[in-house]
Design a protein around this ligand. Structure first.
Ligand code: MG
Length: 380
C-alpha cells in the first residue's frame, strides 16, 4: 500500500447552504469526480472517503459505483481537522504517502495530481499553489490595517501529499495544541518541516458558495435527448387528430384516447429523455379515465412530471408518416399547438410530414405513424 488518499467530504455546506460535495456538476456528483479519476488512473492505491454520519449510505453507493476497487468510507469529525485525524487513524499497514484532498475541488487534473505526488515523494511534503491575482489587504472593522506584498502571496490548493510519518506527527501536534487546521500543510509546518510548492492549476477551484455551483452548471449544461415512435390504424367515424389539431379527413385513428399518434410519439420522447419509462407506464389504456381523452392532456401532464424532476424542454422535432391525408397546409397550426402544449416558443418546434412512397402499412393507407425527438435541459 504505497499511496493512500484521504478524501474530505464531511462538510455540512454552511457557506454554500448546500452540501456541495453531493451536488451534480458535469453529469456526476462533485465527490464522484475525484473517486472516478483516482480509480481510473490508479492515482492512489486506496481512498478513505470521510463523510458525515447522515451521508454514510449515499457515500457507500458512490464508492461502489465510482471507485469499487479502492474506495472505503469512514465517518468524519465535526471539524475538517477531526475528519483528517479520523482518516489518519485508518491508514492501512505500509502506507508510504498520504494524499489529502477536498472533495469540493472536483476539477483537479491528472497532471496536477501527478506533480504533487512526485514532488512529495522527493521532498516528503508538497502542495500545489497559484500566485494570487488580487491585491490582498488585512481588514478589521471595515478598515484597512495592512496591504500585503502580492508577489509573496500564493493561494494553496489540494491535493496535498505528505509522507505518512510527517503528516501524522503534524496533526498530532495540531490536536494537542488544539489549533484549527484549514490546510494540511500548516500542520506539517508546525514541525518546521520544509514544504515544497508545485504549480497549482487555476481550473482547480474549490466549490464554496451556491453561486459556484450555479456557474459550473451553467458552463456544463445537462442535456438529455429522447426519441419516441407510435402508429395507429385508421378507423371510420372518428375525427382525426394530429399534434392536437383536428384534420378534416374521411377517417380517424383507432385508439383508447383520441389516438393522436403524433402527440403519443412526443410523450414517449419526453418521458424517454427523462428516463421515466414510456407512455403506457404512466397512462395505461386499461385506465377508463383515459378513454376518449384528448392527447394534449397527456402532453401537459408529462411536462408537469418533467418539471417535478427538474427538467425543462428545449425543443421538439416531430415526423408524421402518412400516405393520406396531405398535411402540409396544417404544419404551422400543428407547430403552434405543440409549442403551446410544451410552453416553448414555436421556433423550437418542428413538424415534418412524409409519405412512405406507397410502401408498408402507411403506404397502403392502413394507418399513420409518427416519430418525435426532443431535448431537455436539467434545471433543478
Ligand atoms: Mg398511441
Amino acid at each position: 500500500m504505497d499511496r493512500v488518499l484521504i478524501l474530505l467530504a464531511a462538510g455540512r455546506g454552511e457557506r454554500a447552504k448546500v452540501e456541495k460535495q453531493w451536488a451534480t456538476v458535469q453529469g456526476m456528483p462533485v465527490v464522484a469526480h475525484t473517486l472516478s479519476l483516482c480509480e481510473r488512473e490508479r492515482m492512489v492505491d486506496r481512498i478513505l472517503l470521510g463523510v458525515s454520519p447522515s451521508r454514510l449510505s449515499l457515500a457507500q453507493e458512490m464508492v461502489e459505483r465510482y471507485a469499487p476497487d479502492i474506495g472505503e468510507v469512514f465517518v468524519g469529525g465535526h471539524e475538517r481537522r477531526d475528519t483528517v485525524w479520523n482518516g489518519l487513524q485508518r491508514l492501512p499497514e505500509g502506507t508510504g504517502l498520504v494524499v489529502i484532498h477536498d472533495a469540493a475541488r472536483p476539477f483537479a487534473s491528472k497532471e496536477l495530481w501527478l506533480r504533487v505526488i512526485k514532488k512529495a515523494k522527493e521532498a516528503g511534503a508538497a502542495i500545489p499553489a497559484v500566485p494570487v491575482r488580487d491585491t490582498i489587504k488585512e481588514v478589521v472593522n471595515n478598515q484597512v490595517v495592512k496591504t500585503m506584498k502580492r508577489e509573496l502571496l500564493w493561494a494553496v490548493q489540494t491535493p496535498q501529499a505528505f509522507s505518512k510519518e510527517i503528516i501524522v506527527e503534524g496533526y498530532r501536534m495540531a490536536i494537542e495544541k488544539d489549533l484549527p487546521i484549514t490546510d494540511d500543510a500548516s500542520a506539517v509546518e508546525l514541525l518546521g518541516h520544509p514544504m515544497a510548492v508545485v504549480d497549482g492549476d487555476p481550473q482547480n477551484e474549490k466549490i464554496t458558495f451556491a453561486e459556484d455551483l450555479e456557474r459550473y452548471r451553467a458552463s456544463s449544461p445537462d442535456i438529455r435527448v429522447g426519441w419516441g415512435f407510435d402508429a395507429h390504424s385508421f378507423c371510420p367515424d372518428r375525427p382525426l387528430f394530429l399534434c392536437g389539431v383536428e384534420i378534416p379527413h374521411s377517417q380517424g385513428l383507432e385508439g383508447h384516447s383520441d389516438a393522436d399518434v403524433a402527440l403519443h410519439a412526443l410523450c414517449d420522447a419526453l418521458i424517454g429523455a427523462a428516463g421515466m419509462g414510456d407512455i403506457g407506464v404512466h397512462f395505461p389504456d386499461t385506465d377508463e379515465r383515459h378513454k376518449g381523452r384528448e392527447s394534449s392532456w397527456f402532453v401537459r401532464r408529462v411536462v408537469e412530471m418533467l418539471e417535478e424532476k427538474g427538467f425543462s424542454v428545449l425543443n421538439a422535432d416531430i415526423t408524421i408518416m402518412a400516405q393520406t391525408p396531405k398535411l402540409s397546409s396544417y404544419r404551422q397550426q400543428m407547430r403552434e399547438r405543440v409549442a403551446q402544449l410544451l410552453s416553448i416558443p414555436a421556433d423550437r418546434v418542428n413538424i415534418k410530414a412524409t409519405t412512405t412512397e406507397g410502401m408498408g402499412f402507411v403506404g397502403r393507407k392502413e394507418g399513420i405513424a409518427a416519430a418525435a425527438t426532443v431535448a431537455l435541459i436539467a434545471v433543478g
